[in-house]
Ligand binder design. Structure first.
Ligand SMILES: CC(C)(COP(=O)(O)OP(=O)(O)OC[C@H]1O[C@@H](n2cnc3c(N)ncnc32)[C@H](O)[C@@H]1OP(=O)(O)O)[C@@H](O)C(=O)NCCC(=O)NCCS
Length: 169
């Protein structure tokens, strides 16, 4: 889980990972604190090499939206992003999530591969929808973002922690 002190390292990693949009330092700090439950950092030998940010939709908390996932170029192709996605869904904070959402630009091959491989591995269906259009929503300053939705089969859905289950019983 990230902490406030990770903020500057997270901002620097995102800057090293085009085509991701750089966010304000303040935005990354809020993610590292208020949204720490749904964000993740990965370190290798003390260096921050992975970042995953996301949130459960306020109006549909069974859906988890991956806002950004960034792996430092030195650590790509080792399965780290896939592992971070899988581990995020194992968190207690993800109990009840049945759909993984992300938005991807047409040319981001690595991202398409990441999410389609994830869907394939989990025997899940991946559907694509329009989301934010280059002209209508970004005033021509950003490529169109396509929404992908991965319906998690029930056996792969995050389960509640045994502690929560025993409290309910
Ligand atoms: C997209 C990104 C997070 C992938 O990270 P990664 O740790 O290298 O991904 P993984 O090693 O877990 O690979 C996942 C799958 O995608 C495939 N893949 C990863 N990068 C690829 C590339 N550049 N071209 C083709 N396939 C690729 C892998 O082969 C793997 O498929 P498999 O399981 O069938 O073998 C990383 O490339 C990145 O940080 N890119 C810049 C930021 C970005 O675009 N983020 C996504 C949008 S939010």
């Amino acid at each position: 889980m990230p902490q406030a002190l990770d903020g500057p390292r997270v901002s620097a990693l995102i800057k090293d990972c085009p085509p991701l949009d750089a966010n304000s330092a303040y935005c990354n700090l809020l993610q590292c604190t208020h949204f720490a439950d749904s964000c993740m950092v990965a370190e290798r030998q003390g260096q921050l090499v992975g970042w995953l940010s996301g949130y459960r939709l306020p109006s549909a908390p069974e859906q988890f939206f991956v806002w950004q996932i960034a792996i430092h170029p030195s650590s790509r192709g080792t399965g780290l992003a896939s592992r971070m996605l899988a581990e995020m869904l194992e968190r207690d904070a993800m109990a009840g999530v049945d759909t993984l959402l992300a938005s991807i630009t047409e040319r981001n091959t690595a991202s398409w591969q990441l999410f389609s491989a994830f869907a394939r591995r989990h025997g899940a269906e991946m559907t694509r929808y329009p989301m934010f259009d280059a002209q209508a929503h970004f005033a021509g300053r950003h490529e169109t973002e396509h929404l992908v939705a991965i319906a998690l089969p029930s056996r792969h859905r995050p389960s509640r922690s045994s502690q929560l289950q025993s409290e309910e019983i």
